[in-house]
Design a protein around this ligand. Sequence first.
Ligand code: NAP
Length: 271
Amino acid sequence: MSGVPYAEVIGDPIAQSKSPLIHKFWLDALGMAGDYRRAQIKPEDLAAHLTERRTDPDWRGCNVTIPHKVAVMDLVDDPGNVRGTIGAMNTIVRQPDGSVIGTNTDAAGFYAPLAETDLTGAPVVVIGAGGAARAVLFALARAGVGHVTILNRSPLKAMGLLATFGLKGEVLGLDAQLPPAALLVNSSSLGMTGQPPLDLDLSPLPGDAIVYDLVYAPLQTGLLKAAEARGLGSVDGLDMLIGQAALAFELFFGAAPPEGRDEELRARLVA
Ligand code: NAP
């Protein structure tokens, strides 16, 4: 007999995750029976946890966060093309027959706010070369961007990413002067609460450039303040956070999140 469907987010630590708030907000707004939990799972318990969960017909799947995004690729029945592309998995979905498939909704979540912007052949700048940068570069490669400049503390890592995603461009240090670019994305941890600031001179960017900061704590980062002071377009980290969750919600619960409720959700996320 099946009960109330539920999904969860697994990681270690897990208390910081905003996913339960987002998914429960949508379940409530849609009046759907369902739950979304958080589970602190240590790396040594990961395989056993997923083995146990896949036998539970009420479990619709899970989001995956640090430090399991790579390890789970070996624990699903079908990892799709995730391993050969982004190289990290953030969503696992249980099929009715108990098999589990994995995907990554970060790239599509990142790209959603840019969907109306034509980036074909456009020069872009990306700060960072970690897990989030992989999703960003994957999405930008698919959007057909032009020259990509990556600024990162560890240049070798960034060079590897240009090659992985077949992008033409160059790697510079964090103190380099920015080239002119249509889009600047911060996918590093710099500017996040408790991390060093990201100090960039935005003056080389043209007046119609967009500045996109994945950091959402604080929401109004120093980078976004500088972009607004220059009158540039800006996108904050909550857009991607909500965007990647929306895709996962639909996979778990079979319904799209409610329309027109994003401002209310954003207010709850920053409260
Ligand atoms: P990660 O894999 O640990 O990568 C961190 C990146 O930041 C690397 O490029 C690292 O440089 C750089 N970095 C960290 N500390 C630094 C320092 N002290 N000085 C210079 N560079 C430093 O982390 P991630 O998962 O990519 O996450 C990065 C940021 O994106 C976080 O703030 C996270 O919250 C945010 N994020 C947001 C969303 C969203 O939905 N909005 C989704 C994913 C991530 P090295 O390569 O040299 O180590």
